[in-house]
Design a protein around this ligand. Structure first.
Ligand code: NGQ
Ligand code: ZN
Length: 457
C-alpha cells in the first residue's frame, strides 16, 4: 500500500488542505484531510482528479499537422476526411499500436487519465477481417497498457457510406476509403467478442460500443447491436457538419439529434459526440435525456465544424465532457479554454461556462468535464474512497499558479498556463508522469518515429 499526501486537493465536496490518500490495488482505500505528511509519503502540490478524455481516434495522431495544406479546391471537413482515409489506408497493426501509445503518453502528460477510444479501424487494407477480428482492438489495449492510461474501448459499428439519395436510411455503399471500418451486425458481434477478450487483462477497462454516426448506421442496425454493449456506454457522432444535418433531413425528415432523441433509446448511458448543430428544442431534449454532449473543441475548430450552444445547454441542465478526437493537439486545459473562448467570441460576452458551486469559470469547466466525462466513459471521476487513484498534481510554484489558491489555481491552469504546470500524474495509483514527463516517453516516441518512417516510405 502506498500513501500520497498533497498540500491541497479538489475533493467532490470542494477544496481541502493536507490531504492523505491510502492507495491499495489501484484504488483510493482511505482519504483524510487536515493532516500533515508522514515520512515516506509521496508528496505533491495541488491534486485534481485525472480528467476523462471521452473521444479519441488514436491513429489520427500520426497525421497531426499533415492535413493543413490547401488543396486548391474549397477545403472542408469532407476534404480533410479524404486525406485521413488515404493516410489510414497505409497503417498496419504495429503502426496503430505505436501511434496509439504515443497519443496515450501525451494524454497522460496533459492530465487525461482515461480515454474513450472510438475505435473503428478494424480490418486489413483490403477490407477483409484479420485472422483475429479484434487484432486492432488488441493493439489499442497494448498501447493503453504500455502508457498506463485507463481505457474505455468503444468498438465502432460502421456499415454505410452516407445518406445518399435514398429515403429513410443511409443508402450509399461504403467507399474504398471506408472498407477497413465496415461490419454487418454479425461480423460486428465477432469484433465485440474479440474486443472483450483483448482487454481482459487490462486493469479497470470498460467496454461499450459506438454506432459511428447516422451516416454510417441505420436505426434498425443500431437497435440490433445495442444489446452487445451489455449495459456499457454507447457513443455516436451526431450533427457535426451542416451538410450532414441537411442530408439526414432530406433522407429521414428529421435532423440527426432530433432523430436520435425520437427513435433511439438515448439516456444517461449515451454520449452524442459533437452535437454541434442543434436547434433550441434539440438542445433542451438532449439535456433532458441525461446523455452527455461529447465536445471536442480543438478538433471542431480544426475541422471547421461550428460552435455548440453551451450556454443554452447548460441552462437546460445538460451535461458535457471533452474529447481530443483527431488528436491534432493533445491538451486538456486547451480543450476547456477553447470551448470557453469560442463561446465568448461568438457571443461577445465573458464567463459562459457556469456552475452553481463556484463563480470560477475554470472550476465550472473542470468539474463539468469530470462529471460528464466520467459518466460517458462508465467510470465516475473524483478523489474519494473506492475510486481509482487517478490523480493530476499541479505545481503550485509554477508562475501561472504562484501566490494563488483554490479556484484561482483552476483558472490559472485553464486560462493562464502553458504546458509545464502539470507536475505529476498517477493512474490507478502508479505514478506515470513526473516533472511533466511520462516515464516511457523516450521509448514510446522512438517507436512512434519508426512508425512514421514506415508510413512515409
Ligand atoms: C472520424 N472524425 O470518424 O474519424 C470522423 C471523421 C466521419 C470526426 N468527425 C469521419 N472528427 O465523420 O465520417
Ligand atoms: Zn470522432
Amino acid at each position: 500500500m502506498a500513501r500520497l499526501w498533497f498540500r491541497s486537493a479538489l475533493l467532490p465536496e470542494g477544496w481541502a488542505e493536507g490531504v492523505a490518500l491510502d492507495v491499495r490495488e489501484g484504488r483510493i482505500a482511505a482519504l483524510e484531510s487536515g493532516v500533515p505528511a508522514r515520512p515516506g509519503d509521496e508528496t505533491g502540490g495541488i491534486a485534481l482528479p485525472g480528467l476523462p478524455n471521452l473521444h479519441s481516434h488514436a491513429f489520427q495522431r500520426a497525421m497531426a499537422g499533415l492535413a493543413e495544406c490547401r488543396s486548391g479546391h474549397e477545403d472542408s471537413f469532407w476534404t480533410w476526411r479524404e486525406v485521413m482515409y488515404r493516410f489510414v489506408a497505409r497503417m498496419a497493426p504495429e503502426d496503430v499500436e505505436a501511434v496509439a501509445a504515443q497519443a496515450y503518453v501525451e494524454m497522460l502528460e496533459a492530465g487525461f487519465t482515461r480515454v474513450g477510444e472510438f475505435h473503428y479501424l478494424h480490418h486489413a487494407p483490403d477490407g477483409r477481417a484479420y485472422a483475429d477480428p479484434a487484432e486492432m482492438a488488441g493493439r489499442i489495449a497494448a498501447a493503453a497498457a504500455e502508457a498506463g492510461i485507463g481505457l474505455t474501448l468503444l468498438p465502432v459499428f460502421y456499415a454505410h457510406g452516407g445518406f445518399g439519395p435514398g429515403q429513410g436510411a443511409p443508402a450509399l455503399p461504403p467507399t474504398a476509403g471506408q472498407r477497413r471500418f465496415v461490419s454487418d451486425p454479425e461480423t460486428f458481434a465477432a469484433v465485440m467478442a474479440g474486443s472483450r477478450r483483448a482487454v481482459a487483462d487490462l486493469r479497470d477497462c470498460v467496454v461499450g460500443l459506438a454506432p459511428h454516426s447516422l451516416r454510417a448506421a441505420t436505426l434498425a442496425e443500431i437497435a440490433a447491436i445495442l444489446p452487445l454493449a451489455e449495459g456499457g456506454p454507447v457513443h455516436i457522432h451526431a450533427a457535426e457538419q451542416l451538410r450532414e444535418v441537411e442530408e439526414c433531413r432530406a433522407a429521414t425528415g428529421a435532423r440527426p439529434v432530433e432523430l436520435l432523441l425520437d427513435a433511439a433509446p438515448v439516456d444517461a448511458r449515451w454520449c452524442l459526440i459533437h452535437a454541434t448543430h442543434v436547434t433550441p428544442s434539440e438542445t433542451r431534449g438532449l439535456a433532458r435525456s441525461g446523455a452527455v454532449a461529447g465536445l471536442c473543441p480543438i478538433t471542431e475548430a480544426n475541422l471547421g465544424d461550428g460552435l455548440f450552444p453551451l450556454a443554452a445547454f447548460q441552462g437546460a441542465g445538460g451535461r458535457f465532457g471533452i474529447g481530443s478526437d483527431s488528436n491534432v493537439l493533445i491538451a486538456a486545459a486547451e480543450e476547456l479554454r477553447l470551448l470557453e473562448y469560442g463561446q465568448r467570441l461568438a457571443g461577445r460576452v465573458r464567463g459562459v461556462a457556469t456552475s452553481a458551486r463556484s463563480a470560477s469559470t475554470g472550476r465550472a469547466l473542470i468539474e463539468a468535464a469530470l462529471a460528464g466525462g466520467g459518466q460517458a466513459l462508465g467510470r465516475p471521476a473524483g478523489l474519494a474512497p473506492g475510486q481509482p487513484a487517478d490523480i493530476v498534481a499541479l505545481d503550485p510554484d509554477h508562475p501561472a499558479l504562484a501566490e494563488r489558491s483554490g479556484d484561482a489555481w483552476l483558472d490559472g491552469f485553464v486560462f493562464a498556463a502553458r504546458a509545464g504546470v502539470i507536475d505529476r500524474v498517477w493512474r490507478a495509483g502508479a505514478r506515470v508522469v513526473a516533472q511533466g514527463r511520462h516515464h516511457r516517453r523516450e521509448a514510446v516516441a522512438a517507436r512512434f518515429r519508426a512508425a512514421l518512417a514506415r508510413l512515409a516510405a
